[in-house]
Design a protein around this ligand. Sequence first.
Ligand SMILES: Nc1nc2c(ncn2[C@@H]2O[C@H](COP(=O)(O)OP(=O)(O)OP(=O)(O)O)[C@@H](O)[C@H]2O)c(=O)[nH]1
Ligand SMILES: [Mg+2]
Length: 176
Amino acid sequence: MNVHILYHGLGMAGKTTNLEKLKEIYPGYVSDRVHQKTKEDRTVYIDMLALNIKTRSGDKEVNISLFTTPGQERFRLLRSWLFGQVNGMVFVFDSTRSIEENMRAYEELKQYRLSKVPTVIQANKRDVKGALPLTVIQQAFNGYTVVEAVASAGIGVAETFRLILKEVLNATASAR
Ligand SMILES: Nc1nc2c(ncn2[C@@H]2O[C@H](COP(=O)(O)OP(=O)(O)OP(=O)(O)O)[C@@H](O)[C@H]2O)c(=O)[nH]1
Ligand SMILES: [Mg+2]
């Protein structure tokens, strides 16, 4: 079974950091890694991390591909192809930016009909002074699971991943 999970969010929200930390947390499960091409640490192409995990019952292998949104306009075609394959999404909310800016990034995805895929909101950068109050973020994403994180410190990263994986596996099980 193949599962594709997209990490989306504003530029510099912490998407790549999530994948880097997951690679450290699950080193034995990493089956492949597409190296990103970066310019001053910004993702200009795409990050991809492939994990190979067995379900709890142990009867099924799940190949999980995690990737982050390529931001550049010139990757528009790639984006629409990628998004067609998405089974779940983590929206990395940058707590140091406004609700409006974050929402704009979130709504970029509407044209790709991703609003129906299971989604988990990660409120990232909770360590930064003056970060938006969690309640404000929860209100903006009413009905979604919101996980607090400090991705750069590895906090909340595994929790976010486990929650989205659970939602995706539940959704695929009930679709059958
Ligand atoms: N203070 C703080 N910094 C963070 C946190 N998470 C990530 N960062 C930092 O934010 C910067 C951007 O992180 P990236 O993971 O590269 O962000 P990105 O979303 O992949 O950015 P683009 O690829 O440019 O869209 C890096 O310097 C990270 O170390 C956090 O929880 N707290
Ligand atoms: Mg990146």
